[in-house]
Ligand binder design. Structure first.
Ligand code: HEM
Length: 408
């Protein structure tokens, strides 16, 4: 596994070789890793037997990211997870709070349009259009939205964008190593002695780069509430600080905010980049106790037994017959969008809103064309993850009267 990164591709090859929708790999002396690529078996784990399988393995990356499992995503099943998950469901990701923060999301969508419009003007090419790196635009938009919702600010620094770029890129490093195969997770005697595969250093550095922006703002805000300098809740940080029964510690607030950040930046931006490149061109086994169960996003979403011609871009598959509504969740797990069961995503509304808003505003505001050098935008997947191999760069042309573009 160490010689064949990334592990998820190595595992898929193994599954293909064995022609099986479920395999078991024994790692170290005691851990069975069970990999599943069938929606029927996935439902068995995440729905029928959810109670038994809803915990998380105690990985080093999870421990570091959540500062000792103080928040939700990485926490093993237990009282801490229950408490933090309830707070997320009821006070952070609830429908009333979602609506309350709509103006912040609108503000960011206006900035998105204004940014792309300015880029076109800067390139002096209103008729020819301007080259836009969709990956940068999408990732920064998601970062801006969640930053604004949590901290009520667009910028960490003077507004040059440097701090925000560093922040988002460090979040993506954390995401990359979050579920990467880390040898000391399976050979615990290696922990603390040697950073065998270098993961620990990389992830610690990335967390530091993120938290140097978050933590002073959180400390300052707690001080403001204590001194009476802040009296009104205006963003998610205020809600977390003012939460009663239970009152959260500063460490819990910091850990939860880091998790909310990583939960938001990746999925919407990646989905939109893939969709844009397509628009521009024309989406009964025995399981030993303590096993780690991996449900494969690749295996479910591209399973030819479930999806006809799975590699063909065919968004119509996701239109339900009745009323032709697009449904992004899939409780039957024929694809892994938001998952299901106890550990299913509590951010479905926010995640869907960010994704559709990003895509809709870009398509409503601009027409998109491939650059002349089409070979620059190959529809190829990155080997290490599920992003496109190279950031998608397209030509944007304005399609609305100029006065409709926010001048910010
Ligand atoms: C399109 C966007 C999103 C997608 C596709 C998505 C997908 C998922 C999936 C598949 C899981 C389950 C992972 C697992 O079982 O191991 C999950 C968990 C989670 N997601 Fe999302 N998510 C999205 C957006 C968000 C947003 C915007 C937030 C909050 C700001 C969020 C918060 C969470 C949390 C807290 C969990 C952990 C739940 C738990 O362990 O109890 N997600 N997400």
């Amino acid at each position: 596994m160490l010689q064949n990164p990334p592990t998820f591709r190595w595992i898929h090859k193994l599954m293909e070789q064995h022609n099986s929708p479920i395999i078991c790999i024994r790692l170290g002396r005691a851990t069975h890793v069970i990999v599943v690529s069938s929606s029927i078996i996935a439902c068995e784990f995440l729905k029928t037997q959810d109670e038994i399988f809803a915990s998380r393995p105690e990985s080093l990356s999870g421990y570091l990211i959540s500062d000792g499992f103080r928040a939700t995503i990485m926490a093993p099943l237990g009282n801490q997870w229950r408490m933090m998950r309830r707070i997320l469901n009821q006070s952070i990701l609830s429908l009333p709070i979602h609506k309350w923060l709509q103006p912040k999301r609108d503000e960011e969508a206006d900035h998105l349009l204004s940014y792309i419009n300015n880029q076109i003007e800067k390139q002096n090419s209103v008729t020819e259009g301007g080259l836009i790196n969709i990956r940068i635009v999408s990732q920064q938009f998601c970062g801006n939205v969640i930053r604004n919702m949590i901290f009520g600010t667009r910028f960490f620094g003077e507004g040059t964008g440097d701090e925000e770029t560093e922040h988002v890129s460090a979040l993506f490093v954390i995401l990359k190593y979050l579920n990467a195969f880390c040898i000391s997770d399976y050979f615990p005697w290696l922990r603390g002695k040697t950073d065998f595969d270098g993961h620990e250093k990389i992830i610690r550095t990335a967390i530091e780069r993120v938290r140097k922006y978050h933590d002073p703002l959180i400390d300052e805000r707690i001080r403001m509430w204590n001194d009476g300098a802040r009296m009104q809740e205006k963003d998610l940080l205020d809600i977390l600080i003012k939460h009663q029964q239970p009152k959260l510690t500063p460490e819990e607030i910091k850990a939860q905010i880091l998790e909310l950040m990583i939960a938001t930046v990746d999925n919407p931006s990646n989905a939109v980049e893939w969709v844009m490149v397509k628009k521009a061109v024309v989406a009964g086994y025995f399981i030993p106790k303590g096993s780690h169960v991996l449900i494969s996003r690749l295996g479910l979403g591209r399973n030819p037994d479930v999806w006809k011609d799975p590699m063909r871009f065919d968004p119509d598959r996701h239109l339900c017959e009745e009323g032709k509504q697009v449904v992004l969740t899939d409780n039957e797990l024929r694809m892994l969008s938001f998952s299901t069961g106890k550990r299913g995503c509590p951010g479905v509304i926010l995640g869907s809103t960010i994704t559709t808003m990003l895509l809709a505003r870009m398509i409503q505001g601009f027409t998109w064309e491939m650059p002349y050098d089409k070979s620059a935008n190959k529809l190829v997947e990155n080997y290490d993850d599920l992003h496109m191999a190279k950031p998608f760069v397209a030509i944007a042309k304005t399609r609305l009267p100029q006065y409709l573009y926010p001048k910010i």
